[in-house]
Design a protein around this ligand. Structure first.
Ligand code: DGL
Length: 265
């Protein structure tokens, strides 16, 4: 049976990529809700409805577990979905707890979408782990747009980041939390702009570890395959399966980029 992994768009490939490496013997159904991207600038009610549609699709496909590979969808809809559906639902959240633990008293900047930043779920998480009031939040919705049009490294991306960060004294920070799965595509551009002492951290590894715990198959039972674009994954755009060579080649390009980004801390 498949594991469903979904996001509003290509950001979710970040978690799929991690899952293929950590749990290489599972089968995956990847769903990018590209008809409705972005989620981060919508209302909570709209996102709950969109996530519900995706969950119905996952149920029809007989998925044994679903990973919400979208911090925004987790913040807005994970609790509601857990009450409604029986299958295990694992949702990614910004890695604020480990960031605070690692920042050695320096400030922590959490970058996410506008909806994630507004949601109670995130505010409660910050309250629980930020005893020393070190955490600041910043919304970077422009990066989702860049990612969806395939513009990952350009002068425009760098200008956007420079202007977004202009109000922050970055030398005071120790950690930058990538709290939106689309942001992992931009680690090279982030690295050019943030000072060397700021490390980047995201929740994908922890989320897939949680998936492994839920499946009780945490042990790696085989070497990860080099070619991520293999028969272990079926890709969908808002319910329509991607079967054409160009569409699948694009997915492979995304995996290749994420593999390169993984090595940038
Ligand atoms: N990738 C999503 C996240 O992790 C949201 C992007 C969007 O649709 O705004 O929050």
């Amino acid at each position: 049976m498949n594991i469903g992994i979904f996001d509003s768009g290509i950001g979710g490939v970040t978690l799929l990529h991690q899952a293929l490496e950590s749990l290489p013997n599972e089968k995956y159904l990847f769903y990018a809700d590209t008809d409705n991207v972005p989620y981060g600038t919508k209302s909570r009610e709209q996102v709950v409805e969109l996530v519900d549609n995706v969950m119905r699709f996952m149920t029809r496909q007989g998925c044994k577990a679903v990973v919400i590979a979208c911090n925004t969808a987790t913040a807005a809809a994970a609790d509601v979905m857990r009450q409604k559906y029986e299958m295990p639902i694992i949702g990614i959240e910004p890695a604020i707890k480990p960031a605070v633990a690692q920042s050695r008293g320096k400030r922590v900047l959490v970058a996410a979408t506008p909806l994630t930043v507004r949601e109670e779920k995130l505010k409660n998480l910050v309250k629980r782990v930020d005893d020393e009031h070190l955490v600041d939040l910043i919304a970077l919705p422009g990066l989702v747009e860049f990612a969806e049009r395939g513009e990952f490294a350009s002068e425009a991306v760098e200008r956007y980041l420079l202007s977004a960060f202009s109000g922050y004294a970055l030398e005071k920070y120790g950690e930058l939390v990538l709290g939106c799965t689309h942001f992992n595509y931009f680690k090279d551009s982030f690295r050019k702009i943030i000072p060397a002492q700021v490390s980047m951290i995201d929740g994908s590894e922890g989320t897939i570890k949680q998936l492994a715990r839920v499946l009780e198959s945490g042990k790696r039972t085989g070497a990860p395959q080099k070619d991520k674009n293999d028969t272990r994954v079926r890709y969908f755009r808002s319910g329509r399966e991607i079967t054409d060579a160009d569409g699948l080649a694009y997915m492979k390009m995304l995996h290749d980029r994420l593999e390169r980004m993984k090595h940038i801390q």
